[in-house]
Design a protein around this ligand. Structure first.
Ligand SMILES: [Zn+2]
Length: 487
């Protein structure tokens, strides 16, 4: 797939962002339309390849005319668009991908290859451009993965309107999509006669979003859109319960073998529905009650419309998909292995390996007198957690065997047990003198040791009913992302 056009261009990879006066101007290079590049991302932990699939011309460009170059350098992948003649960087974005998650799982480490369909959206170039993808190695260094020339005059670019049968409508209109943040909610598992429920659900979640700092500060610059293609059945797949549903976006639990991890791998279906509205970030609302969701940076977040704590699960997953934020928790089981290799500073803005405490990335938010690392009662907390998990496992096992009324009663007991445990933990943690401070608290990013989070409470740490806001570090990271779209 290498074009051979200019290997020299590879030398530009990861070059610093241009000073403002040299930054590319939208009108010089792009038209107000969207070019979607579809490709297959294949391989295992041992090798990784990209194969071009198809190009699509979609509606107007939803992004800013000014924010062409991604200033944040987040994500395990990076896409760049360059002028083939000069190598000038015209457009860039960092992102994470489902393949990127897969390659840290056991089957991938054992060399089992899989293929994931992915898309990258850029403004329609006026002339031929070079499209480059690179992946970070375990040390965080960008390695070239793929490059190809994109020719806007290519007669094979699909120009038909995708999305037969897609229903779309604006929910909140603040202004011109180019100058606003466009949040698109996509409906999954809603039947044709449930359009009214979908609309109400989107309005409810849009309300949560706009009441939460930092989003609440930009209410007048956030558009909310909704789109769905009716599903034949409600809900989504639950392989661990033998439940399979014919739905329009193909979402399901047990992603990468983890029951609570709910995702869709049907990228084409997602892109087709999303193309009906202008969007900067996608939120997939699944018409189901069961707890579980997921969020991938610059791909989408997915969550249950009627699940427990659904408003906070939504904000947590949006923290991943929109903000590029890491999980601040470490005590839940995940499918990953060495998701953050030891001794490497994570790219996410809200966790740190604290390799150099003097250069803590959120140092300016730490009050003088707060020790780094910050003590927080970790040992006692972990003992309480261990004791609870042992009890929970027993109830879960009984739940697996039970049927009917007995099952319902056990499920209720489990919820009450969880609530009591959360309450007890919170009471214990609140006694810590740094409860409301920003510091560096050990235990984050699925690791009990060697990774640190900025706060003792944050939506990226837990999304229980007690947890209502992002910590100051996460809030600032989200604020920076919002600003990028409002440029
Ligand atoms: Zn946080």
């Amino acid at each position: 797939m290498k074009t051979g056009a200019s290997l020299a261009v590879l030398l530009f990879l990861a070059s610093p962002v241009y000073p403002r006066e040299d930054a590319p101007r939208f009108g010089d290079w792009f038209r107000d339309a969207t070019l979607r590049v579809d490709y297959d991302h294949c391989g295992s932990a041992r090798s990784e390849r990209i194969y071009l699939d198809a190009l699509w011309k979609q509606g107007p460009w939803a992004g800013s005319f000014h924010g062409l170059l991604d200033p944040l350098d987040q994500g395990r992948y990076r896409a760049e668009v360059r002028d083939p003649a000069s190598g000038k960087l015209l457009f860039s974005r960092g992102f994470n991908s489902l393949f990127g998650e897969y390659k840290t799982t056991r089957p991938a480490l054992d060399g089992r290859g899989r293929v994931f369909h992915e898309s990258f959206l850029l403004p329609m170039p006026k002339k031929k451009v070079l499209f480059l993808l690179s992946a970070r190695d375990p040390r965080g260094k960008l390695r070239p993965l793929f490059q190809t020339l994109l020719d806007p005059g290519d007669r094979n670019i699909h120009r038909e309107k995708p999305g037969l049968g897609v229903v779309s409508f604006p929910v909140l209109r603040a202004g011109d999509p180019h100058a606003c943040l466009d949040v698109a909610f996509l409906g999954e598992g809603y039947k044709a006669d449930q359009a009214g429920k979908f609309k109400k659900d989107v309005e409810r979640f849009a309300g949560y979003l706009l009441s939460q700092p930092p989003f609440s500060r930009h209410k007048d610059r956030i558009n909310v859109w909704a789109a769905f293609r009716p599903s034949r059945q409600e809900g989504c797949d639950q392989p661990d319960r033998g439940i399979w549903r014919d739905t329009s976006l193909g979402a399901g639990h047990c992603a990468f073998g983890l029951p609570r991890y709910c995702l869709t791998f049907d990228n084409r279906a997602v892109q087709e529905v999303a193309a009906a509205v202008p969007w900067d970030t996608l939120a997939i609302l699944v018409n189901k009650k069961r707890y579980g969701g997921g969020g991938i940076y610059n791909l989408y977040c997915l969550f249950a419309a009627d699940g427990p704590d659904q408003d906070r699960v939504f904000l947590h997953e949006l923290g991943h998909s929109f903000g590029g934020l890491a999980d601040e928790y470490y005590s839940s089981r995940v499918a990953y292995n060495d998701f953050y290799p030891p001794g490497v500073e994570p790219r996410e803005p809200n966790i740190t390996a604290l390799l150099d405490p003097a250069r803590l990335k959120w140092k300016d938010l730490v009050e003088p007198g707060t020790p780094i690392p910050t003590p927080w009662g970790k040992e006692k907390y972990e003992a309480l957690q261990r004791e609870f998990l042992a009890r929970e496992r027993k109830v879960q096992a009984a739940l697996g065997r039970a049927r009917g009324r007995e099952r319902a009663a056990l499920a209720k007991d489990l919820q009450a047990m969880k609530a009591a445990h959360r309450k007890a933990l919170r009471a214990f943690l609140k006694k810590c003198p740094y409860w409301n401070k920003i510091g560096a608290f050990e235990g984050a990013g699925y690791a009990s040791k060697g990774l640190y989070r900025p706060s003792m409470h944050c939506l990226m740490y837990a999304f229980s009913p007690e947890e209502r806001t992002y910590c100051k570090v996460c809030e600032r990271a989200l604020e920076r992302r919002i600003a990028f779209f409002l440029e």
